[in-house]
Write a protein that binds this ligand. Sequence first.
Ligand SMILES: [Zn+2]
Length: 265
Amino acid sequence: MGLLWSEQTWPTIRACARAGWGVILPLGSMEQHGYHLPVDTDAANVYEVAARLAGAVDKLLVLPALWTGFSSDNRDYPGTVTLRFDTWSRLVVDACVSIARGGFRHVVLLNGHGGQHALTQAVAARLLDEHGLRALAVTWFRYIADAMREICATVAGGIDHAGEFETSVVAYLRPHLAAQGELAEHRYAAPLPSMPKATPAAFIPHLRQTMSPSGVVGAPSQADAAKGKAIVEAAVERLRVIVEEFLALDVDAGGEPAPPAAAPP
Ligand SMILES: [Zn+2]
């Protein structure tokens, strides 16, 4: 069993560091989620997944979720509180450097906001480049994209904002917050006619209202708590495996580029 970081004393946390425990930093956001979901959806969902991982993995401390993030696409909706990318990047880097100063070597950046997927990987690259820290960067719902396609009927394109996926998870975890208003529905439209619906290889940023006035991308009418339960359980089971593998990884292992066998002239 892991532990919640915020409930421990510093001697306990020092003992965890000396025993080789890992740390999860959940990365959330504060942004519009349509007419019907709360603005803390990403932070609350990723924290719950992280807390359940602490129940499934030994030697794992879970920090509180960062409640704000980089939400420039949703910036024009009241309720969104966003940071500039560099502010957010430095915030995450500073937190990880501080965690490492406490003696931890394994930090998991567990991202819960789709707009931070690539940026979380960029922050992990920055941690290695500037501080020699090798973190695991993973966006929890993208990691289970195949399970998501089996559970949800409308998430095949991989993009869901307050749609079937997110509404289902809120309906499971916090049912009293899952249906606060009209269930608007907008489908994702690729920005160029020949672009596939969701491809990591080509990207044009947009402001959300140009695609969806309500802020929803997806079909929340298809959501239910049973789907949310299946999604969360699939995520915990799949993430448990890679987190355990990461905790066993020697992140400090060095190595040198190998010169050719024949000496250069
Ligand atoms: Zn979200």
